[in-house]
Ligand binder design. Structure first.
Ligand SMILES: C[S@@+](CC[C@H](N)C(=O)[O-])C[C@H]1O[C@@H](n2cnc3c(N)ncnc32)[C@H](O)[C@@H]1O
Length: 286
């Protein structure tokens, strides 16, 4: 397990994933009922953008830094921009909040969150960053196994975020199995899967396996056309998306594609499916 998210924190992939995560949490908070979050691949929770690892790649400069540098971002990015600002109480952009930090900031009394992280160093850093209490639990546990062990949550509403590092072959197969298991246990839960735009056959295999799922949102953001060996785009596959998420993402994606573009072929895609039938599709080039 070599993957360290510190090299990538705040890049274009994080912008897409965390902007959507913030929007989902906003929708969950809109109701007065408790919700639960299971973050299967949590990472260290908080990233210092001036650390050696972050400075080596400086990927945040092409991601979150570009978003913050604009004076008129779309309103649907406000929850994301606020989450980043909360991690930097003295202003600037020294810290970048990972998914656990974003989730914890959204919890109200009665809500709960579970985080799984297998890398001991990352888990220790996560424990330091967010701590554990009755409401927040951190596990040294395989995230895919957690989908079987922890669902459904007693709150019966909430989100499962599955954000694997894609460093081993067969990740799409594990994702498809985990999603099927998760939905068997919790048919009404929101599931959000992050993926890199690469390995087209693996992705198509996943889509075939997920064909029977009834309510999904498939989103892609590409900062340029494909380049061998480079990660130029990422996607989100969301099951049971909350009401309004599709519209909010549609409002943000063209702006993000333009703002984060680094070359020809930049663009975005959003595909809404109900009972395996595409009911709305929108896309654009930057
Ligand atoms: C992409 S990073 C997570 C980033 C985080 N979700 C965020 O948005 O801030 C993936 C993390 O999963 C951890 N990991 C890898 N395989 C795992 C597994 N099977 N179960 C749980 N964690 C795993 C890695 O150590 C890494 O920290």
């Amino acid at each position: 397990m070599n993957y360290r998210h510190a090299f990538h924190a705040g890049n274009h992939c994080d912008v897409l994933k965390h902007a959507a995560l913030c929007l989902i949490l906003e929708r969950l908070k809109a109701k007065d009922k408790p919700f639960a979050v299971l973050d299967t691949h949590a990472g260290r929770g908080l990233y210092e953008l001036v650390s050696e690892a972050a400075l080596k790649t400086a990927e945040h400069k092409g991601g979150v830094a570009r978003v913050l540098a604009d004076s008129a971002p779309p309103a649907s990015l406000a929850p994301y921009i606020e989450a980043v600002a909360r991690a930097n109480p003295f202003g600037g952009l020294r810290w970048y909040p990972g998914s656990p930090m974003i989730v914890i900031e959204a919890l109200r009394p009665g809500d709960s969150a579970k985080f799984c992280e297998l890398n001991p160093e990352e888990r220790a850093a996560l424990e330091t960053a967010v701590g554990s209490d009755g409401q927040v639990k951190i596990f040294d546990r395989d995230g895919y196994q957690a989908v079987r062990a922890f669902l459904p949550p007693i709150e019966r509403r909430g989100l499962v975020l599955i954000d694997p590092p894609f460093e081993k072959p067969g990740e799409y197969l594990r994702l498809a199995e985990a999603l099927a298991e998760g939905l068997k246990r919790w048919a009404t839960g929101i599931f959000m899967i992050w993926r890199p735009v690469k390995d087209a056959p693996g992705w198509l295999g996943f889509l075939r396996a997920a064909e029977g799922i009834s309510d999904t949102l498939n989103v892609e953001l590409n900062i340029r056309g494909p380049v061998e060996g480079k990660l130029t785009g990422s996607g989100l596959y969301i099951v049971n998306p909350p009401f309004g998420l599709s519209a909010s993402l549609t409002a943000a994606l063209p702006w993000l594609a333009e703002r984060l573009a680094i070359g020809p072929g930049a663009g975005w895609l959003l595909q809404e499916r109900e009972r395996a039938v595409v009911i709305r599709e929108a896309s654009g080039k930057a």
